[in-house]
Design a protein. Sequence first.
Length: 454
Amino acid sequence: MTLLTRLFLLVLLAVVPALGMQLHSVLQLRSERAGEIVAQAERILHMVEGEQSHIVESARLMLAAVAEASFLRTNDVPRCQTYLNRLVRSSEGYRAISVADRDGRILCSGDPSRIGATMADLPHFRRALMEERFVVGEWQPGSSAAGSSAAGSSAAGSPDDGGELPVAVPFRGEDGTLGGVVTAALDAPWLTRNFAARPLPGNASLIVADRSGTVLVKLPAGTAGIGEKLPASHLALLGAERMGVAALPGLDGVPRVMAFSPATAGVRDLFIGVGIDQAAAMGAIDRATRDGVLMTLAGLVVAIAAAWIGGTWFIRRPVEALVHAAQCWRTGDSAARANLADRSSEIGRLGQAFDAMAETLETREAALRASERHTRAVLDALPVLIGVLTTDGVVVQVNHAAAQALGLPAKRIVGNPFGQVCCLSQGEDGAGGCARRWPRRRPAGRPGSTPRCG
């Protein structure tokens, strides 16, 4: 593994903790933001639930007051009609307030067109009689909620008027037996306008539905969704045992975090859901995450580029110069030097030390060669025969006098066994015979066992 590769690995090891901290920070921010989204949805849900509970409770109190009126106990229909006409005119959000006998026939109503019609088949009427309590009914399409007339024809009602939400409470006669039901028809578009007057956050949506899953209020889509059925994903929440939070697509298909109050809890018989647009709510975190990741990656790229450039200039090239100089010395080029420009770094000081060592060795080698030349000159000047042999008897050096005495040039003497040199000098058996008698390398013998010439 090269030094540059190791440097890259060190850079990566240094950046990995930063990436880990960035990831941890992002996950923590997202977790905190997810908690804030849930808290925001629940807070809005409680506000809407309080408002809806106030509307329903007001309707209950009004119907309870009508149910206790004396004209119902005495069956005074004219007084009942006069009272209901006045009550409807003074009560905002109500289409009609009606009184029906036990058979479902409407005796008096704030909407005169409903008098004589029957509501015996309507669920809220039957439930009020059966459960003997205040009930919230199911969405009905306009004035058709009054049921059919005594003659059997359907009461007129526009399919585009937004419909109404019926509520009902039973009343008792003078003898204490059930005398019938007092009903009120809340105007569904009025409910939407009532909630729209309290603006939701820009990333929030509101759904109010009856116990069967029919939409009564849908914001911010206005009245366009009134009368529609909730999708299957929402219908599954109607029967939940308690309030909760779920992540699911809204009616507009946008993924939302929805805090919901089922029809069995909160405001009885009504489903309320507040959804927060998950993408919009997490937008700031997503942008911060993207920016953080891009900055971290940019830092990583810059760090790798700096490591590559710095490693090339300050590590790889100086080391290559040192290796090249050492290889030149191995091949005999004693003049090779590293010649590093940087003298202050550790590698620069190593190069300087290498050059100083090479300079010293070259000086010593030159001095040694000069000394050898001087010694040879002195030996050649002596009139005595001088030769230097190895322990194997191989001649490594002779002076001029010895070469003349042997009658051979020095280059034929040096490197050959002494006996072979003697044979060559005396011409014994010729060169071939001498070579056979005196091989070029002989086993090492005892000191002094080298044969003598002549």
